[in-house]
Design a protein around this ligand. Sequence first.
Ligand SMILES: [Zn+2]
Ligand SMILES: [Zn+2]
Length: 114
Amino acid sequence: MRNKGYHIIRRPGGPTGDKKTAEQIIREAREGAKSNYRTQSLRIHGLICAKCGREFDINDSHLLTVHHRDGNSANNPPDGSNWENLCVYCHDDEHSRSTLGDYFSKENKSKPPR
Ligand SMILES: [Zn+2]
Ligand SMILES: [Zn+2]
């Protein structure tokens, strides 16, 4: 009986890496159940600013932030109804003209107070 010294191992999930993606999703869900609303909102509403309509892609999606329509960052319904995707400029503008201004200044300490 000869052993040729190599084997072709077939993975049950197939060659497309579906299994890896599922693991990533589960891991994201576990890690971000509370704080990952941003990712969820971007997924639900898309990589587009709800105010100026500017579109983003995955490379500059960090410029897109999630605004809470009722101003309560603890109110995160999974259907995204309290979220609005705003670019950093529109988000700043949105808060600077409302009483929620100091809420945003906590998120963005690099900006000098007016
Ligand atoms: Zn905008
Ligand atoms: Zn906001």
